[in-house]
Design a protein around this ligand. Structure first.
Ligand code: HEC
Ligand code: HEC
Ligand code: HEC
Ligand code: HEC
Length: 464
């Protein structure tokens, strides 16, 4: 009956397999137990002070998060439209010098780099901080929550930047986003809490997924300094976060950041409405957070943790985008740059038209046009520049909400051209029919020399 009884050899083989299986199972159990014990005997967390701004002190408990956070020091990576390497945006697009004439950005305008440089970049910038309010420190350092707790936010904002300088020691870090007791995400800046309240919403009700973007929205937003209370940091959100909502807000309160020295237009400077623009895009619609792309999970030695090297996701496509999109790395990069190239084209068209219309208005002034006559021209310039800047100042060259950015740039271009038509008509009423002789601003140096001349009252004559 050799058919029903296994051969001795096969029986031995079965026995051996069973032994190996039991042994392997034993090993696995042992390893699981060991990990559990390890977890139990793991040194208890060191207590972190309520206002601990020294990021190094948090490293004892969270070495991986701290080590990855420190990588934001890196400042050499370059992508087509972004990266950590500071780029000189004035040299790249000299028309920016014209648009920012009379404002500090016409002197020095570099693209943002990593969080660890935040304090140092304020100190180094060609823009002078000695006259700036302390409000400027708000989005630069985890020393701010302590100072605000000690002084109260209003007194903090009302101080001078240079008077609090010695207190501002550490660049953006743990305390800005975390509660040191629980490590839960936390909003440490009052301006965002107040902006939600201005929309009738309570930020404490925000979901965990929303918090993964809201910690960024403490700083990556459009803001201005209110006059009363003095230099009080405010997000213009009470009407909503779209450009039209902000325009309505600023129309109502008459806020002006500076009067443009070429066209004499009162201008509202847009800061970096990253959160607002992102909110109009497909990823926000699909509940994908800032952290999903800029702080993806990472695995190291079997441990999974949040990568705190906040940077361009194009340096980290596998961990960020590819988790959701099964496209190849080259395709993902290509789709991002294709979107950005298109936005950049729209942006540059609006930029050039705007630069020209500032000079058209100057030509009108030279032809003797009155402020009354120029009012509709300036009103259009103001609206156009606000729109152009909403897109230009937002990071990511439109990737966060491509259609929204193109929609706004189309409006900006249209308003700039409408203003040009009005200005040329105005010139015609003064008998000027020759084309406006636009000066040369084809390089950063030429553009800066030109606006210096204009500031000194030596504007070139643009009409015969
Ligand atoms: C779907 C993924 C995704 C989400 C969500 C996202 N970003 Fe981005 N972000 C990108 C990409 C892609 C770029 C372009 C990077 C480049 O050009 O190198 C970018 C660029 C940036 C930049 C400029 C970085 C650089 O190197 O130029 C900043 C700042 C930024 N994002 C902040 C935010 C903030 C704040 C949020 C949430 C409000 C957010 N992002 C949400 C993908 C994302
Ligand atoms: C700009 C905001 C921000 C800063 C700055 C920041 N974190 Fe985080 N951190 C996050 C986000 C977002 C998460 C994901 C939390 C979640 O989804 O619950 C996170 C998660 C964590 C976690 C939970 C475990 C993990 O890895 O997911 C720890 C621990 C942590 N961070 C430690 C730190 C330490 C230490 C520092 C300072 C060196 C720091 N963080 C700085 C935003 C920040
Ligand atoms: C406390 C304010 C603050 C918070 C909170 C904050 N940022 Fe920033 N972020 C900044 C500032 C300021 C810079 C520019 C630093 C510089 O250029 O010196 C910056 C720069 C960046 C850059 C450019 C880095 C590069 O390599 O080009 C990215 C990307 C970025 N932030 C994303 C985020 C994301 C995502 C979050 C939320 C998880 C966040 N930030 C939270 C203030 C903040
Ligand atoms: C957490 C998941 C998630 C992550 C991470 C993510 N995406 Fe997406 N992405 C989505 C979803 C969901 C959609 C919308 C799909 C839809 O509704 O059809 C989308 C849509 C897109 C689209 C199409 C947009 C359009 O209008 O057609 C592009 C391009 C894109 N993502 C690029 C990226 C890039 C680049 C990254 C990394 C920087 C990234 N995504 C990260 C989930 C994600």
């Amino acid at each position: 009956m050799s058919d029903s009884a296994p051969s001795p050899a096969r029986a031995w083989l079965g026995f051996a397999v069973a032994i190996v299986a039991v042994f392997a199972l034993g090993l696995l159990t042992a390893s699981v137990m060991e990990r559990r014990v390890e977890a139990q005997i793991r040194t208890p967390l060191v207590q972190i002070n309520a206002y601990e701004s020294d990021n190094g002190k948090w490293a004892v408990n969270w070495p991986r998060e701290h080590a990855s956070w420190k990588k934001t020091l890196e400042s050499t990576s370059e992508t087509k439209h972004g990266g950590a390497k500071p780029r000189d945006l004035l040299a790249e697009t000299p028309a920016n010098v014209i648009l920012f004439a009379g404002y500090a950005f016409s002197v020095d305008y570099n693209q943002a780099r990593g969080h660890m440089h935040a304090v140092e970049d304020v100190e180094k910038t060609g823009r002078d901080i000695s006259t700036k309010p302390a409000t400027c420190w708000t989005c630069k350092s985890p020393d701010v929550p302590r100072l605000m707790a000690e002084m109260g936010p209003a007194a903090f904002y009302a101080s001078k930047a240079k008077d609090l300088h010695t207190e501002i020691q550490h660049p953006i870090g743990c305390l800005d986003c975390h509660d040191p007791d629980t490590m839960a995400l936390r909003i440490s800046r009052p301006a965002l809490v107040e902006a939600w309240a201005s929309q009738g919403k309570d930020i404490r009700q925000a979901s965990h997924q929303e918090m993964r973007s809201l910690v960024c929205a403490q700083c990556h937003v459009e803001y201005y300094f209110k006059k009363e209370p003095k230099n009080y940091l405010t997000f213009p959100w009470s009407e909503g976060m779209k450009i039209e909502d902000m325009e309505k807000y600023y129309d109502a309160n008459g806020h002006v950041d500076w009067v443009h020295p070429i066209s004499k237009t009162p201008i509202v400077k847009m800061q970096h409405p990253d959160y607002e623009v992102y909110s109009q895009g497909i990823h926000a619609y699909r509940n994908v957070s800032c952290a999903d792309c800029h702080m993806p999970y990472k695995t190291e030695g079997g441990a999974k943790f949040t990568d705190h090297h906040i940077q361009s996701p194009l340096n980290n496509i596998q961990n960020s985008c590819a988790v959701c999109h099964r496209w190849g790395e080259a395709e993902i990069r290509g789709r991002v740059t294709a979107i950005q190239d298109k936005v950049a084209e729209g942006r540059h068209r609006a930029e050039l038209a705007l630069a020209q219309v500032h000079f058209d208005a100057l030509a009108c002034i030279q032809a003797g046009a009155t402020d009354e006559e120029l009012k509709p021209v300036r009103d259009l310039i103001r609206r156009s520049q606000m729109r152009w800047d909403y897109v230009a100042a937002n990071n990511g060259m439109g990737f966060h909400a491509p259609q929204e950015c193109q929609r706004i740039l189309a409006a900006a271009l249209d308003q700039a051209q409408q203003a040009r038509v009005l200005a040329l008509r105005l010139l015609a009423t003064r008998g000027v029919t020759a084309p406006v002789a636009y000066p040369d601003y084809s390089s950063k140096e030429k553009a800066q020399a030109l606006i210096q001349d204009i500031a000194a009252g030596k504007a070139p004559r643009l009409i015969p």
